[in-house]
Design a protein around this ligand. Structure first.
Ligand SMILES: [Cu+2]
Length: 193
């Protein structure tokens, strides 16, 4: 008879321990992001840009299409991807390039811990965020969503030093139709003073 309440409180203790672990992982993830920002060259401004990629049913598209950032600002780009499909990407597009530290920070699903990686395997790539920018090629492969309601989240920092308009595009083989015209898998980065 007394076993019931004892088991309940034991279960509660275990649940509390799980919550503590999840909280600790959250702290470690925020520290990783803090380190990433402090390790970067000193910039006068920091800006954050958020993209969402819609998934499946042939409606793969980045939103928004066009972004505006300040020249020399340290720009943090956060891409939330709801597309569960992998689309193969050429070898160069599997590498992270042009970001602070040459890495991107990946959460393969919500509540998963954040991993800092310099490349993804082709089979783990859903789309890429790529910009030809002077002699720099900014390229970040984006992993697929874990499920239609559980997106992957990719975060990286970069900066654009020259004022101008540059095209961003997806370099994965996600289908010829979404690639053109700009608006789904391509758009513009306006770099302003
Ligand atoms: Cu794509």
């Amino acid at each position: 008879m007394q076993k019931g309440p004892a088991q309940t409180s034991d279960h509660r203790r275990r649940t509390n321990a799980h919550l503590l672990i999840i909280a600790a992982l959250g702290v470690v993830a925020s520290m990783a992001v803090a380190l990433m920002v402090t390790a970067a060259p000193t910039r006068t401004t920091t800006e954050t840009v958020r993209f969402v990629i819609s998934g499946d049913q042939g409606n793969m598209a980045y939103s928004p299409t066009n972004i505006t950032v300040s020249a020399d600002a340290l720009v943090t780009i956060i891409i939330t991807n709801y597309d569960t499909q992998s689309h193969s990407a050429p070898p160069l597009a599997q590498q992270v390039s042009g970001t602070t530290g040459g890495v991107a920070y990946y959460q393969f699903s919500l509540n998963a811990h954040t991993q800092s990686l310099g490349q993804l395997a082709s089979s783990d790539i859903s789309h890429t965020f790529s910009v030809d920018y002077g002699s720099t090629w900014l390229n970040v492969p984006i992993p697929p969503a874990a499920s239609p309601t559980n997106p992957s989240v990719t975060t990286f920092t970069t900066s654009f030093s020259s004022i101008g308009t540059y095209t961003w595009y997806c370099d994965a083989m996600c289908g010829s139709l979404p690639m053109t015209p700009p608006g789904e898998m391509a758009g513009y980065v306006h770099v302003v003073k």
